[in-house]
Design a binder for this molecule. Structure first.
Ligand code: FE
Length: 232
């Protein structure tokens, strides 16, 4: 075939091509398949919810407001919160939540609230607090995550824990365990919070008066105030 004839036939064929092309998707290598938009949406959603900023938002305000809690002006003495043994009952990978209340848990409702500061008395947003405690009978859930959970302080360095007043167990006065960390690179502080006017406080060798919460009664609820000072 002569080149001119070949060119003519090629032009003729290409002129006829649109009828076919409108029915056949152009096979661009990067064109998404129909399933890809769905995959993109489900990809965006976890990213949005997994970012660390949601804990720092306005929902903490709603928790304080709904519970009539006013933390007042932050007060800080700059003294690092004393460390305590974490004991044998910590379970890692706790759920992130402000409330440890679940169906089946009984006891007196307790809110534990306060600020987290660094040693220069600067409030720390995004500090991680991981709480664990016994139920009202003094028993830890060592198989699951009842009465265990972590949370992050909000933009104002505040935390809000809803739980129950802990129970007693042999050899210890009433306490709530907590691991606290200013940032993911900071040292982890393991410590315990204690309650005022508990006779066993003086008999427990681990008890530290610097770790006693300020306790108030708010209707049926107890409110424990405690500010942490963490190394950054
Ligand atoms: Fe304990």
């Amino acid at each position: 075939m002569k080149p001119t004839l070949f060119l003519f036939l090629a032009l003729l064929l290409s002129a006829c091509a649109p009828a076919t092309a409108t029915n056949t998707p152009t096979p661009f290598a990067n064109t998404p398949t129909p399933s890809e938009p769905t995959a993109t949406v489900s990809f965006i959603t976890p990213i949005a919810s997994a970012t660390s900023t949601p804990h720092l938002g306005a929902e903490t305000n709603a928790l304080f407001t709904a519970n009539n809690i006013q933390l007042g002006t932050p007060k800080c003495n700059g003294k690092p919160t004393p460390a305590q043994t974490e004991g044998p009952y910590y379970t890692p990978n706790t759920p992130e939540r402000n409330s440890l209340l679940e169906p089946g848990i009984t006891g007196q409702r307790l809110l534990v609230v306060g600020y987290v500061f660094d040693e220069n008395c600067q409030l720390i947003p995004g500090a991680r607090l991981d709480f664990w405690q016994t139920d009202s009978n003094g028993i830890y859930d060592n198989a699951g995550y009842h009465l265990r959970g972590h949370q992050y302080t909000d933009w104002e360095g505040r935390y809000f824990l809803e739980t129950i007043y802990p129970g007693e167990y042999t050899g210890r006065t009433l306490h709530i365990h907590v691991k606290a960390q200013a940032t993911s690179e900071s040292d982890m502080l393991a410590t315990q919070l204690y309650f005022p006017k508990i006779s066993d406080n003086t008999r427990d060798p681990l008890f530290d008066s610097a770790l006693v919460v300020r306790l108030e009664t708010l209707g049926e609820t107890l409110v424990a105030y405690f500010n942490f000072v963490l190394a950054k």
